[in-house]
Ligand binder design. Structure first.
Ligand code: R5P
Length: 306
């Protein structure tokens, strides 16, 4: 369901957040809209300074932000920008987030834990943000992004573009799409028809940040090309475990299609050692495997309202 509302003004400008400036600039180019830049630095005590360097037009502002590698610092940057733009005359502020952080903790698994996804949403709402476009947010127990926010919020996906790219560079032999856990089924379901095949869902139990157990009894991967689809590579543990097992059971090639390649330390080696033949990610978080740009995925809904 498309929830992103018409932007109130046909005129808009874009402020590229420092989490991923190139993607913001590319979206602005595709929208043919002006860019407002800002200075930012840290004071000696670690506090952040922000100053917009251009006049703020009385138009709708789009702030792009990928909240990685410093999610907390980039959130503060976003909050400061939003309020300042609004105070200085922006008509409305749209948050366009190629990578949205804090979404995986969507429940209180142990007593006393913070439900970070909900806290994040309520802080964003308390700024001047009027609507949100995000990309392959980790939605699991909270099913829709619009269930998390009281402002319009839409969750776009890079998975179809990643699957098209995979198809264009590898000729797949009897492929099957594998969702490494229950929540990845939503992405496997998008990739499978593009690759002309079916998908299968694994059961994953996480015991800690790097300790994972997966149930592999479900199918015979021998002589098949495997396409593992997920939203995030962080430690690489999930992909490595699934890929390693399927290779041992005789899988042919193993490919990983991942929207957000965070690649925490050791992730790349872990995945390669497990026998993954190719990793394809988007540029939501730029990394050496970013082969698919998400700029047009954001520009499309924004342009519809220009
Ligand atoms: C969680 O369920 C996510 O969808 C990913 O599977 C997870 O974040 C991947 O993390 P890691 O690379 O550390 O296994």
């Amino acid at each position: 369901m498309f929830l992103f509302p018409p932007i109130q003004s046909s005129l808009m400008f874009l402020v590229p957040g420092s989490g991923n400036k190139p993607i913001g600039l590319e979206i602005a180019k595709q929208l043919n809209c002006s860019v407002i830049d800002f200075e930012t630095r840290r004071f000696p005590d670690g506090e952040r300074y922000i100053r917009l360097v251009n006049d703020v037009p009385h138009e709708t502002a789009i702030i792009t932000q990928s909240f990685y590698k410093d999610p907390d610092g980039l959130l503060v940057e976003y909050f400061f920008l939003t309020k300042t733009l609004f105070e200085l005359g922006a008509k409305a502020v749209v948050g366009a987030f190629p990578y949205m952080p804090y979404m995986r903790q969507d429940s209180r698994f142990k007593p006393g834990e913070t439900i970070s996804a909900r806290v994040m949403a309520s802080i964003i709402e308390s700024t001047a943000t009027s609507s949100i476009l995000a990309l392959d947010c980790h939605l699991h127990r909270i099913i829709n992004l619009s269930d998390l926010f009281n402002i319009p919020a839409d969750n776009l996906s890079a998975i179809p573009a990643l699957a098209e790219y995979l198809k264009s560079i590898h000729s797949l032999d009897d492929p099957i799409v594998v969702a490494p856990d229950v929540e990845a089924t939503q992405w496997a379901r998008l990739a499978a028809p593009i690759l002309g095949t079916e998908f299968i869902e694994m059961n994953k139990v996480r015991h800690g940040d790097t300790s994972i157990e997966t149930d592999f009894t479900k199918f015979d991967p021998s002589k098949r090309d495997i396409v593992i689809v997920d939203d995030i590579i962080s430690t690489g543990g999930t992909i490595a475990q699934v890929a390693g097992h399927l290779k041992q059971k005789g899988a042919n090639h193993v490919y990983a299609l991942i929207t957000h390649g965070l690649f925490a330390e050791g992730a790349y080696n872990r995945i390669r050692q497990a026998g993954v033949d190719d990793i394809i990610t988007s540029d939501s978080v730029p990394n050496r495997f970013s082969k698919v740009s998400v700029a047009s995925i954001f520009a499309r809904p924004l342009r519809m309202h220009q």
